[in-house]
Ligand binder design. Structure first.
Ligand SMILES: [Zn+2]
Ligand SMILES: [Zn+2]
Length: 372
């Protein structure tokens, strides 16, 4: 069938909306109609070439879609089901899957990079019959796509949340939640600060607040993020364009520093600030993806002396097929405030505006593409 999609052909250049041919779903695959897709900071980093995947390809990895057709051997989904796309698909048999870290699945990582599905091929071709890669199994910047059945997490019928909220589960909610619960294991009384009040940072703030952390400090270069950060449960907001967060955090923690710093920006300056803001035995949870060539000035001299840790994490150590369904129920309770996370609905054609707004740090919460 013919579909419309934003195709990334050259890093940093405009993405045209092209008509592509989508092939039929194969074994254990489903064809879906896209309902909504969040525009994640990583999409823009990919667009700029700060992070790379094989091009040409169709980005978009935070999507909610409706199943239209199922391929042979599909048992858990049927046409009409709403699903959330999951950008890391556990193969179940690689080293990482066998040792219980499916978010690092080696099989998936390879196909993710290439823009292929699990049989090593794409279902998309352009007008000239040339192959176009599929974005992270989800391909959310296309009106329709084919996903592996295992990458499509079913939304049960009793969950009536709108698609623009549900799609958040695929990236920002899972990553923000996982950084606090799976990686930090922050608990009642823990002291936490979060650098970067984008969608992932806000979800981390929310979950730290729900876990009764005594301090949940939001740090951002934009004071316009203050209100939403406080609404999500931050106890304090530091505008780091005006104030050095390190002495303020030291003050708020009685001189000791934080148990956990969630670094959700990938900015080398924020990384250094978070290092000096954690206490002995504290950890940086590194969630934000830095530009591929950047380095940081963290003095590891103090790593052994103060037993400080830097814990990188992908997808918040989420086990996609296990954690996403239960997290969806928490979302449905309203406690994650995904209703106020979505601040603007846009069309596929508005992606250039979203790109500029994200680069200018003007996006508060999440902008979401809503499909007709
Ligand atoms: Zn994302
Ligand atoms: Zn695997």
């Amino acid at each position: 069938m013919k579909v419309k999609a934003a195709v990334l052909r050259k890093y940093g250049a405009p993405m045209d909306i092209e008509e592509l041919e989508l092939a039929e779903p194969r074994e254990k695959e489903v064809q879906v109609k896209m309902l909504a897709c969040g525009v994640c900071h990583s999409d823009i980093s990919l667009w700029e070439g700060y992070i790379t995947q094989d091009i040409p390809m169709v980005p978009g990895h935070e999507a909610c879609a409706r199943v239209e057709k199922v391929g042979p051997g599909v048992s858990k989904l049927k046409p009409g089901d709403r699903v959330i796309g999951c950008w890391m698909v556990p193969c179940g048999y690689c080293f990482q899957c066998r040792r219980g870290r499916p978010n690092l699945c080696e099989t998936s990582a390879k196909f993710f990079q290439e823009g292929n599905l699990l049989d090593g091929t794409s279902r998309l071709t352009d007008r000239n019959g040339k192959r176009v890669g599929m974005g992270s199994f989800v391909t959310g910047f296309a009106t329709h796509t084919v996903m592996p059945e295992i990458a499509a997490i079913r939304v049960p019928d009793h969950i009536q949340l709108p698609e623009e909220q549900l799609c958040q589960l695929g990236c920002s909610v899972a990553t923000g939640w996982g950084s606090i619960v799976n990686v930090a294991n922050a608990r009642e009384g823990s002291t936490v600060a979060v650098w970067g009040c984008g969608a992932i940072g806000l979800n981390a703030i929310r979950v730290a607040s729900l876990r009764n952390c005594s301090l949940v400090i939001a740090v951002d270069l934009e004071s316009s993020k203050r209100n939403i950060a406080l609404e999500f449960g931050a106890t304090h907001f530091i505008d780091s364009s005006q104030n050095d967060p390190i002495p303020i955090i030291k003050d708020l923690t009685g001189g000791a520093g934080l148990d956990f710093a969630v670094e959700a920006t990938g900015d080398p300056g924020a990384q250094t600030q978070s290092w000096w803001s954690i206490r002995s035995g504290g950890s940086i949870i590194a969630v934000g993806i830095s530009p591929i060539q950047s380095t940081t000035a963290i003095p590891l001299f103090y790593a052994p002396l103060h037993a400080k840790a830097i814990r990188g994490t992908l997808y918040g150590e989420t086990h996609p097929t296990e954690d996403l369904p239960s997290l969806m129920e928490v979302m449905n309770s309203g406690r994650l405030k995904t209703d106020i996370l979505v601040t603007r609905l846009i069309r596929l054609e508005d992606l250039p505006e979203a790109r500029q707004a994200i680069k200018d740090r003007k996006v508060i919460g999440r902008w979401v593409i809503k499909y007709d």
